[in-house]
Design a protein around this ligand. Structure first.
Ligand code: ATP
Ligand code: MN
Length: 461
């Protein structure tokens, strides 16, 4: 395999010939020589290639080279007079591998809007921004695995097709092989006994319940996989298909859960700051000013802990007027979360013990019977980044909570079985991966931090 441009850019000038391959970003001709910026995705920077048009053959080839073309250039690495790079390639030979006719190539060298780039998602990884996002996303997913693997968590592959609904909420994509033009009916509803799974099935909205099964055998586990929500919300923070990280720990209460969540975020952010310096400086300069500082301060700062009840006290005493009123029992809105983390705590804060009515049925009920052992991790600039809880591990209480939520305990028989046989306190949390990538890069729209975004009316590529 040939060396990547990132390696070449870090080399010292030398006489031995090297070959660089990539896609042309720009071409500039002077009287006798041609300058090419060649990028291969290994890093943000392109390699400057300088070619003497000293033969008919080279000139003919260069005439057909334009932005977007793929080339292979061989020559020696020379010291570069430019201040942006240490070396440049003085090429003797250039091979044009694939042309990119300028009259039709959509990605000419100029600023394109992210909206336009989404329409050419097959070409957009060739841009600086989307390329940098891809590298940061890769570094973050590696850090996720390394963090858990170093701590002896098992990676569990939870199913994508399920017949249970984790949150008891709607908004799921149904999976069916029933003929849509003639659905077999029984007593006025579709006859699911004739469907593929012989009951209604959906794409998963969360791997948590299945992760709990494995935690109650393997102790510490995590999932990291795609989840699906058919919510009809056209926001800059919602996708129909997104990736979620969900650790689950047995013999663990909310205190342990908070410690893991805090060290997890710090680990992932530090890893990106250390390994993606150049890309992060790009985001800091062009996408979100101050993003590096805000990540460093989360990575190095203390995470305050505060109960929901205290948070509501802080908010009602706050000398500002919120758009949404604050009262005990209501969910915290984004503006409230930001105020808590930016103004009250001046750093990350973990809010715990929320009213039971606004949280899921599986969260451990506190002795006050009013609140549950839930936690939300809030960070400056965003608000909630992680949501988690200690799980209800008492059979009777869980059955009661399922009923109260309007769900049928029969549908959760295996989930309840875990509380009948060898139950233990356990806890976990969920992090939406794209939300985290958005936070780290400062990208405004979630559709630009996943390679192929799926949202209402959009599933091209
Ligand atoms: P939101 O209020 O933002 O819609 P949620 O309360 O529906 O979030 P959860 O059900 O707690 O979210 O899901 C866990 C995590 O998954 C969230 O904290 C968020 O990071 C992420 N998430 C939820 N919905 C989406 C979505 N449609 N697209 C991308 N990420 C999402
Ligand atoms: Mn939601």
């Amino acid at each position: 395999m040939i060396e990547r441009i990132r390696e070449l850019l870090n080399r010292e000038p030398a006489e031995i010939p090297v070959t660089a391959q990539g896609w042309v970003r720009t071409k500039r001709d002077t009287k006798h020589v041609t300058f090419l910026e060649v990028n291969d995705g290994s890093c943000l920077k392109s390699l400057q290639v300088i070619i003497d048009r000293n033969s008919r053959e080279v000139t003919d080839t260069l005439n057909r080279v334009s932005t977007g073309a793929s080339v292979s250039c061989t020559g020696r690495l020379a010291e570069s007079p430019g201040k942006n790079q240490k070396v440049e390639l003085h090429a003797d030979t250039i091979e044009l591998i694939g042309e990119a006719p300028p009259e039709s190539y959509p990605l000419q060298k100029k600023r394109h809007s992210f909206e336009f780039l989404r329409e050419i998602a097959h070409l957009r990884p060739r841009t600086n921004t989307i390329g940098a996002v891809a590298r940061v996303r890769n570094a973050m997913s590696r850090a996720v695995h390394t963090f858990f693997q170093e701590r002896d968590f098992l990676y569990i592959h939870t199913p994508i097709i399920t017949t249970s609904d984790c949150e008891g909420a709607g908004e799921m994509f149904q999976v069916t092989t029933l003929p849509l033009n003639q659905v077999p009916m029984r007593e006025g509803s579709p006859d699911y006994s004739r469907d593929f799974f012989q009951k209604p099935a959906n794409l998963t909205v969360s791997g948590q319940l299945e992760a709990e099964i494995y935690a109650l055998a393997m102790t510490n586990v995590y999932t990291f996989g795609p989840t699906f929500r058919a919510e009809n919300s056209n926001t800059s923070r919602h996708l129909s298909e997104f990736w979620m990280i969900e650790p689950e720990m047995a013999f663990c209460t909310l205190e342990g859960n908070m410690e893991v969540a805090e060290s997890f975020l710090k680990y992932v952010f530090s890893h990106v700051l250390e390994t993606c310096r150049e890309d992060m400086e790009f985001f800091n300069q062009w996408i979100q000013k101050g993003v590096i500082d805000s990540l460093s301060s989360v990575a190095e700062g203390v995470f305050t802990r505060m109960t929901y009840t205290d948070a509501v006290k802080e908010l009602t005493a706050a000398p500002v007027s919120f758009e949404y009123p604050v009262s005990w029992g209501a969910d915290l809105q984004s503006e409230h979360e930001k105020y808590l983390t930016e103004q009250v705590c001046r750093g990350p804060v973990i809010v715990t013990d929320y009213p039971r009515e606004i949280k899921a049925f599986y969260m451990l009920l506190n002795d006050d019977e009013k609140t549950v052992r839930a936690m939300d991790v809030l960070v400056p600039r965003l608000g909630e980044i992680i949501g988690g809880s200690e799980r209800e591990y008492r059979y009777d209480v869980l059955t009661r909570r399922i009923l109260e939520s309007g769900l049928d305990p029969k549908d959760y028989w295996w989930y309840l079985d875990l509380r009948r046989y060898g139950t233990v306190p356990h806890a976990g949390f969920g992090l939406g991966f794209e939300r985290a990538v958005q936070y780290v890069t400062g990208m405004q729209n979630i559709r630009d931090v996943i390679p192929f975004p799926r949202a209402v009316g959009s599933a091209e590529f």
